[in-house]
Design a protein around this ligand. Structure first.
Ligand code: SF4
Length: 493
């Protein structure tokens, strides 16, 4: 079984440890830079990308505003098509529903399509307590599960592993779970993929129950959609006799026409593909074709509380493309595990503290796990203003806490800064609120620039050892503006 995030330390401590792991940093840097460059190219091909992004944002906002109506419509559509809908208020209820459904089939094994919602609720661990083994079939999820590891990326959960590490995990662990890895397995991608294919195939052919999430649910027809690259999802969705899908309530889109927008923006933002290799859709059940029993478990688990927050609710627009992770300088250095959640990176920093609503150091620290550079907002295909939500959540932390889903106030302590950093911030506040002193200081700094040290003394030495201090201009900007623009306001045309 994979490891869990329970009991993780706050972000600063976890990140502090991670940045000292040179292998991890190398793996992350290589992977994120590769995906980032490919995404930029794929997006640049689309002339109306900005319009698509705005359309995605509008569709999601409209749906969230009328979520009550669309959820009821979805339930009616799924029921009419032969499925059964279950409502789960939290993780415990969802896990109980799924475990009971599997037990009712008499099976003790299930195959799974990669699903963030089931990771969020700890479904695999809950099923194991009931004697049911859940087998992950996505390649990266398989690596994480066999390695008794935790996912560190939304799209590529084993992004922190290199090929050599994956070969070792396969050779060591596969025999414990089923078909062993071939003798003499090397770390070439083709051999690793073939080992996974052989290992998984016997599980696909044996499984009577499949469990999935969904990328989208279309309210007008009750259709669920899973997009993927490997074909394992298609196997899980079609071969078993019973299919159980656990999906967050925010994954609804009203119509197929709305879906069209996301089927363009999601693949380019996530895997830099023009379209997903596999797009599977299913609507209830069909006689003699695919699973004959279909259950949809609609998961709340903190989403309606998130919806109640006027600023924070935009996090529910997320389509889990992971583009924000791949451009984030903090994620690139700290890695996904430091976020203490299945949702790492910028989206995790705003989603986890809202969804979990529990008192923990990690939730208090996550809104501070960002430099607020804004790269995440730039690439987000549904225009979630992540920096805005981060600052909003910092305010809530500083003001005395988040509110839990049962209405209790949770007091969260803001992350403590370094004493020198706090002193510097106090000095900056004083200077910016005394314009005359600021101007004098700037002129003095410009005139003495030849004597400025190249490295900082004392505790600042470590910081400046790996960075160039900014060069001081010969003339402060304000003096230059006064001289060249004659006092004209900077924003006048
Ligand atoms: S926040 Fe935006 S960029 Fe990040 S995973 Fe969600 S949709 Fe993608």
């Amino acid at each position: 079984m994979s490891g869990t995030f329970v009991g993780m330390p706050a972000f600063p401590e976890a990140a502090h440890e991670a940045v000292h792991n040179a292998t991890l940093r190398g793996n992350l840097r290589h992977a994120t830079h590769t995906i980032r460059a490919k995404r930029a190219k794929a997006v640049a091909e689309v002339s109306d990308w900005a319009a698509l992004r705005e359309a995605g944002k509008q569709i999601k906002d409209h749906t969230l505003r009328h979520l009550d109506r669309y959820l009821v419509q979805l339930e009616e559509s799924v029921t009419t098509a032969g499925g059964t809908v279950h409502w789960a208020a939290d993780a415990d209820e969802a896990n109980r529903i799924v475990a009971d459904l599997v037990k009712a089939t008499g099976e003790t094994e299930v195959v799974k399509v990669k699903s963030m919602a089931t990771q969020e609720i700890g479904l695999n661990e809950a099923l194991l307590e009931e004697g049911i083994h859940a087998y992950e079939t996505d390649l990266a999820e398989l690596i994480v599960q066999l390695g008794k590891d935790r996912p560190s990326h939304i799209l590529v959960p084993a992004i922190h592993r290199n090929r050599g590490e994956i070969r070792d995990i396969f050779a060591r662990e596969m025999s414990e779970w089923g078909r062993p890895a071939p003798e003499g397995l090397t770390d070439t991608p083709a051999e690793l993929a073939e080992a996974a294919r052989l290992h998984l195939r016997e599980k696909f052919l044996r499984a009577k129950v499949g469990i999935s999430g969904a990328n989208f649910m279309v309210a007008e027809t009750g259709t669920l959609v899973v997009v993927e690259s490997e074909g394992n999802g298609r196997m899980c969705l079609t071969l078993p006799e019973t299919l159980i899908s656990v999906v967050g309530i925010e994954k609804i889109v009203p119509t197929w026409q709305d879906l069209e927008v996301f089927l363009q923006t999601l693949p380019r933002s996530s895997t830099a593909e023009r379209m997903n290799p596999y797009t599977s859709t299913w609507t209830g059940t069909t006689d003699e074709d695919g699973p004959q029993t279909f259950h949809l478990v609609l998961l709340d688990n903190g989403r309606t509380d998130t919806l109640a927050d006027e600023v924070g609710r935009q996090a529910l627009r997320c389509i889990r493309c992971s583009a924000c992770l791949n451009v984030c300088p903090v994620y690139e250095r700290a890695g996904g595990h430091a976020y203490g959640s299945v949702y790492p990176g910028p989206i995790g920093a705003i989603l986890s503290p809202q969804l979990r609503g529990t008192q923990s150091e990690i939730d208090a620290s996550l809104p501070y796990a960002s430099s607020l550079c804004g790269a995440c907002y730039e690439v987000c295909p549904v225009a979630i203003d992540i920096p805005e939500v981060l600052v909003h959540l910092r305010e809530r932390v500083a003001e005395g806490g988040l509110t839990t889903r049962d209405g209790n106030k949770v007091v969260l302590k803001p992350a403590k800064g370094h004493a020198a950093e706090r002193a510097a911030m106090r000095a900056a506040r004083w200077a910016f609120s005394h314009p005359g002193a600021l101007r004098t200081g700037q002129r003095l700094a410009s005139r003495t620039r030849r004597f400025h040290p190249r490295t900082l003394p004392g505790p600042g030495r470590a910081w400046s050892a790996s960075r160039d201090l900014p060069a001081m201009p010969a003339e402060p900007f304000r003096d230059w503006w006064q001289r060249t623009q004659g006092g004209r306001k900077a924003d006048s045309k």
